[in-house]
Design a binder for this molecule. Structure first.
Ligand code: GAP
Length: 485
């Protein structure tokens, strides 16, 4: 049985063994902090993506989606502030040459203090860290590392360099000429693709403020500390939504989106006590308020989603750099003046959730090791209790034996069900082994076609979570599965 400490390792191993997530280019020993989704992982990821997309666009009449390119004009990143500000304070250990993000070093120390029962000290350390980060006080951060006698995990020494800033953007060359003008960046966030298209969408979609633009796509960051499986990757996916509002109303919309996003998280079937909000003390260069939604991963409470009140920083800055107007004409009447609100640059509330982190959250919540031993026999299973709507496969169709016409009946059920949801057909191995394999990839329903089916058109349905089995008519299968979705 996995303890809390090794649960994370058990989940990673399970993901690899059952076709969810593999290290990238594994035959060449992998690439640090880059992962590939396998056959079931990619289904799970797509289901999460579709669920988010539907909740944002289909269920909000005033939110539309776009799909912008990863490559953007390099000035985008000057305007957004990423060239100058998208960096993290880092420190190197002189003996191992290993580089660390300062906040991660200090957070790890706070975690270990907490585990040793020194919660008060941990809290003081985190508070001090927040204050120093907010003040960009690099000398103070180094002093804090020394004060808590933090050492490098490789060399074991506290022989540190000064704290310095490192930019996290990847750059590459576009075209055949390699000069400075051809250098472009791989986007570190999808948000800028939305900002530069703000007027295109507003005009062609005849959108009226308040309205939102949503997008799902890849982002790239040269993360220094990247040892936490798909929690922190160098290539990852974001699901972002920028909501454009009238200046002065941003606080109210920020609170509304905080509430709405928490409701979305709860709709994944994850209990409220597994989540918490964390308000930012050190705000990003574009924000006037920001918080994270954190989930209690096996590695502790960590950020899954950020909600940011981004002011008019981005649109204003793009207007300045591009010399193109980024204004909106609001013809609603301002009650205070009796006149239309007129031209302004909208303020923005952003919701930004990491798709890969959501996959990890859903996997962490679903993973369960169960001891099913009885007096006579040892037995156990690993089950992924995904909400049916997110499960990679919804229904497994299993003929009891490979003969007597049972595969033909099972195939015909498969043909009826597969246009409606993802099904899986399997006739190899004992039925018990097949059930266990389906538990391990989180399939909520299995049906078994046996000899009785030939007589009365019924099958056995087996429910993943309870392992209960009951007899139902073939004609009921579709309705039972669909109502669970
Ligand atoms: N546009 C705002 C933005 O990018 P962020 O807090 O830097 O804000 C948003 O990122 C979300 O993207 C995070 O909450 C996290 O879920 C995800 N994310 C960020 N860096 C990541 C990484 N290196 N690997 C995986 N997910 C990451």
């Amino acid at each position: 049985m996995a303890t809390d400490i090794n649960r994370f390792a058990a989940i990673i191993a399970h993901c690899k063994e059952y076709g969810f997530i593999f290290p990238s280019s594994e035959i060449y020993d992998g690439l640090a902090a880059v992962y590939d989704y396998g056959q079931w992982g990619s289904e799970l990821k797509k289901n999460i993506k579709d669920y988010w997309w539907k909740s944002m666009t289909q269920l909000h009449e005033n939110i539309v989606g776009i799909d912008a390119a990863i490559f953007m004009h390099p000035t985008t990143w000057k305007a957004s502030g990423h060239v100058d500000n998208f960096s993290d304070p880092m420190i190197d250990n002189k003996d191992s040459n290993k580089r660390y993000r300062v906040d991660h070093l200090l957070e790890a120390k706070a975690d270990s203090l907490e585990k040793e029962g020194h919660e008060d000290q941990a809290e003081i350390l985190l508070k001090e860290m927040d204050t120093l980060l907010a003040a960009n006080d690099f000398d103070g951060l180094k002093r804090l590392i020394e004060q808590y006698k933090i050492t490098c995990t490789v060399s074991g020494t506290g022989n540190w360099t000064e704290v310095r800033q490192f930019n996290l953007m990847f750059s590459t060359q576009i075209g055949s000429v390699s000069d400075e003008a051809s250098e472009i960046y791989l986007r570190p966030e999808t948000a800028q693709g939305i900002f530069v298209n703000f007027l295109n969408v507003q005009k062609t979609g005849r959108m009226k403020i308040p309205f939102g633009i949503a997008q799902i796509g890849k982002a790239f960051r040269n993360e220094i500390v990247a040892r936490q499986f798909i929690f922190r990757m160098r290539e990852f996916e974001q699901m972002e939504m920028q909501f454009f509002v009238r200046p002065g109303t941003q606080k109210e919309w920020y609170e509304r989106w905080k509430e709405q996003r928490m409701q979305w998280h709860l709709s994944l079937g994850i209990p409220a006590d597994k989540y918490r909000f964390h308000d930012h003390v050190k705000l990003a260069h574009y924000a006037d308020a920001a918080c994270d939604i954190e989930y209690n991963f096996p590695i502790g409470f960590k950020e899954v989603e950020g909600i940011h009140s981004r002011t008019d920083f981005d649109l204003k800055s793009h207007q300045e750099y591009s010399k193109k107007k980024m204004q909106y004409f609001d013809n609603d009447i301002d009650e205070a003046t009796g006149k239309p609100y007129g031209n302004y640059i909208p303020y923005v509330i952003e919701t930004s959730i990491g798709l890969d982190r959501t996959v990890l959250m859903v996997l962490s919540e679903a993973y369960e090791e169960q001891d099913l031993s009885t007096e006579d026999r040892k037995d156990s299973r690993v089950v992924l209790k995904f909400p049916p709507k997110l499960a990679p496969i919804k229904l497994a169709i299993l003929p009891l034996v490979k003969k007597d016409g049972l595969p033909e009946i099972a195939r015909s059920i498969m043909d009826t069900c597969k246009p409606h949801f993802r099904c899986f057909y399997e006739e190899k191995d004992t039925i018990g082994k097949r059930y266990r394999r389906m538990d391990a990839i989180g399939t909520p329903f299995c049906i078994t076609v046996d000899h009785q089916t030939k007589e009365d058109n019924t099958v056995t349905i087996r429910y993943r979570d309870t392992m209960l089995q009951e007899r139902i008519a073939i004609s009921e299968i579709l309705t039972i599965v669909q109502s669970a979705l």
